[in-house]
Design a protein around this ligand. Structure first.
Ligand SMILES: Cc1cc2nc3c(=O)[nH]c(=O)nc-3n(C[C@H](O)[C@H](O)[C@H](O)COP(=O)(O)OP(=O)(O)OC[C@H]3O[C@@H](n4cnc5c(N)ncnc54)[C@H](O)[C@@H]3O)c2cc1C
Length: 394
């Protein structure tokens, strides 16, 4: 087929996605004097935070672990900034580095043309030609909605957490939240605080940890201990503290994996849940823990233990998936099955032929910040050597 797309030559790197990762990469490049272009499918920066996160959300980790490169959170922000505060931080970040993405540019395909040694990236009827391509579409590129038998016959509302905004809409209603990760737990708490009657369907074994241990963030404490101790000893400390502070979560219907929380994260990629008050509500019976779903009925669900119950709404807290396989025509660096780089952190940021990835480390914004710096350094070294030679090669 003959290409009809108008071609646009991009002298510097092209970044796909204007979330925290794409912005961090652009800012780090900017500080090295390398201009970049960001293509963003939505009409704003940080659209995951502005459009697809619930209102009560606060950062899960303390702010010092969520800072993007070269820019601090305002001093007056609390340890765990709210969603609104994080959004204002990101807006100021983009302003500080004069980052102006091209909006409404959903990248449909990107492929390396070995004949010319450049990437061809298609979006919105245009074809961008660039030497360096930085993938920053995020681990949460698409909501993951599992296919559950009978779902279409269910007559009430089914939402994904990316569509859930606030609990007061469900006041007085019986709501089933499917999934028990950080989002599932927080949505249950929000529903409960807003007068709804939530039940949480738990399928997998999971680690729940207190968000803080004797006033220190559990995440910060783990990072500190890991400097001195092997992971399995740090896990033992965390499990002991969890037992002392939270009690036996298995008794509440939430079994723990056999290996500790940090080892489990390393092996499965699954982040431990940091409790922000949900467990207390479960203990009081204000949030019910139920088994996973076998199938939907017209008014509710049948659980795996065969019991049936009616619900006014179902919220899928079933997570997200990367959308990279849907547009990136490359299977050497990125795994086409899960849309993550095949190599693990700290080797998950650089592929071949000028391909880079930022924000796929399963380490949140801390991983993003490190990768954004590494990518900028790498491209800057090539950029200066290439620009230095340019006049002689022309
Ligand atoms: C509920 C929740 C709470 C979290 N809390 C924390 C926390 O406290 N601390 C922490 O470190 N991490 C946290 N994270 C994890 C992570 O840091 C955030 O998800 C963060 O937004 C990731 O940034 P990102 O830029 O990689 O991805 P995103 O924020 O998802 O940004 C990706 C961007 O790419 C765009 N895009 C996608 N596909 C295309 C395409 N084909 N073409 C063009 N544009 C495209 C999207 O519209 C989006 O703007 C949290 C995640 C969730 C879901």
């Amino acid at each position: 087929m003959i290409s009809k797309a108008k071609q646009v030559w991009v002298p510097g790197p092209l970044i796909v996605g204007a979330g925290p990762s794409g912005l961090a990469a652009a800012a780090c490049l900017e500080t090295k004097g390398v201009p970049s272009i960001i293509l963003e499918k939505d009409m704003c920066i940080a659209s995951s935070w502005k459009l697809r996160m619930y209102e009560r959300l606060k950062l899960h980790l303390p702010k010092q672990f969520c800072e993007l490169p070269h820019f601090q959170f305002p001093k007056e922000f609390p340890t765990y900034p709210t969603r609104e505060q994080f959004i204002s931080y990101i807006d100021s970040y983009a302003k500080a580095f004069s980052i102006e993405p091209l909006f409404g540019m959903a990248v449909e395909s990107a492929a390396y043309d070995a004949g010319i040694g450049f990437w061809k990236v298609r979006a919105n009827g245009l074809e961008f030609i660039c030497r360096w391509l930085i993938v920053a579409t995020g681990e949460n590129g698409e909501a993951f909605r599992p296919e559950i038998t009978g779902m279409r016959d269910y007559e009430e509302v089914v939402l994904h957490t990316s569509e859930y905004k606030r609990g007061d809409v469900f006041r007085g209603k019986k709501v089933l939240v499917v999934g028990s990760g950080n989002s599932g737990m927080e949505v249950c708490l929000d529903l409960c605080n807003n007068g709804a009657q939530p039940s949480m369907a738990v399928r997998d074994k999971l680690h729940i940890l207190p968000r803080e241990i004797v006033g220190i963030s559990t995440f910060g404490l783990s990072m500190f201990l890991m400097r001195w101790l092997p992971v399995k000893y740090v896990d033992s400390v965390l499990l002991l503290c969890a037992r002392l502070l939270l009690g036996d979560t298995e008794k509440l219907g939430m079994k723990r994996p056999k290996i500790g929380p940090l080892q489990f994260k390393i092996m499965s990629g699954k982040t431990p849940v940091l409790d922000v008050g949900t467990l207390a509500k479960i203990k009081k019976g204000e949030i019910k823990v139920v088994p996973s779903i076998n199938r939907f009925t017209s008014k509710g669900v049948e659980f795996t233990d065969g019991r049936q119950e009616d619900f006014d709404a179902v919220i899928l807290a079933t997570g997200y998936k990367s959308n990279v396989p849907s547009w990136l025509k490359e299977d050497d660096f990125f795994d086409q099955r899960d849309g993550y780089p095949k190599t693990q952190f700290p080797n998950s940021w650089k592929g071949k032929n000028g391909l880079y990835a930022v924000g796929f480390t399963r380490r949140g914004l801390l991983g993003t910040s490190l990768e954004a710096r590494w990518i900028a350094e790498d491209i800057a070294s090539l950029w200066s050597s290439e620009t230095r030679h340019l006049p002689y090669e022309l």
